[in-house]
Design a protein around this ligand. Sequence first.
Ligand SMILES: [Zn+2]
Length: 422
Amino acid sequence: MLELIIKNGTVDGQSSLVDIACKDGKIVEISPAIKADAVTIIDAEGQLVTPPFVDSHFHMDATLSMGMPRLNQSGTLLEGIKIWGELKPDLTPEGIKERAIKLITWAIAKGNLAIRSHVDTTDPSLMAVDVLLEVREEMKEFIDIQLVAFPQDGVLRCKDGLALMRRALDKGVDVVGGIPHFERTMDEGHKSIEILCEMAVERGLMVDMHCDESDDPHSRHIETLTYHTQRLGLQGRIAGSHLTSMHSMDNYYVSKLLPLMAEAQMNCVCNPLVNMNLQGRHDTYPKRRGLMRVPELMAQGINVSLGHDDVMDPWYPMGTHDMLEVAHMGAHALHMTGVAQQEILFDAVTTHGAKTLNIEGYGLDIGCNADMVVLQAMSKTEAMRVHPTRLYVIRRGKIISQTPKVVANVTLGDDVHNVDFM
Ligand SMILES: [Zn+2]
């Protein structure tokens, strides 16, 4: 018998409503009217069924720590890093784990079933690494967590940074991270990229670097990252996160840079909520937005996905881990409110994210993992506009989160209107 049938779903690329049948954790049939028995049957009533949301950039070791030990008064990246440094000696494994699991329940309720989380490797105890490896294992039935070894204080600038990075990777962290713009000099930044990319080759791992997260137009580490990607044959396996300096770069230089990035099949991860919060903080007026050039990158055929980056931590005091909120901010901050552009931004928090993370079995096709979300919205653009209720979140053919449909009753004299914003 089938595990699950979702009836009457709207699915991207299908012209009429379809049923989706799942067995042994996989999608086994997608067709207009499946006549079979199943343990669970959901009627989607014409609403959008989508593969799960993917957060391609997050910090699970810091999440929900806002105010510990103090609030970020300047709102800058650098004060955030300073506060995190003050908090590190007081972190406990129990505290990190409790906050991470709370965040994961939020993520699942919002339909995010894959998160790439950076984890700081510059704490000599590697406590957060151990805790998040444990969380990754304990939660794997419910969510894919991919960990990036992230040398927050600089892999060369921090004492024993390289040795700690190696130890974290030995323990089983999935991806090599970096932060070239935070090393002591531009040259050290370039050197860190070379060393870390070679480390990834030796170990057969992907790379995802915090790269050029500043408003300095001369921060051009992405060029070096692109060069080593090409040199080492790492095409498609490297991600440049943030790339905010690109906003302020010279236009001629960018016209040379983007085709090189396309050639290297660079994945780019933009973090609209947090970039809008942290960038431009040193400006008076006008204040720069400080996001990478997403429409131009996409026009070159470069894969761009979006990340939440932070939820209630030293860098961002808001958020519920709703990836549609991220895409919504992106639509505004990037001037991507056109209908087709909104649809692409929806993809940037679903399929493009899966591509950045190299997730196997992702998608709404026969043979893919039966991981899906039924939204209280009929289309991607409606989802972008209303940030709808995630009616059902399905993992490997089982419902793991359910939220009742939200409808308001507005009483105008004798008339009662049911309002669902559609
Ligand atoms: Zn980050």
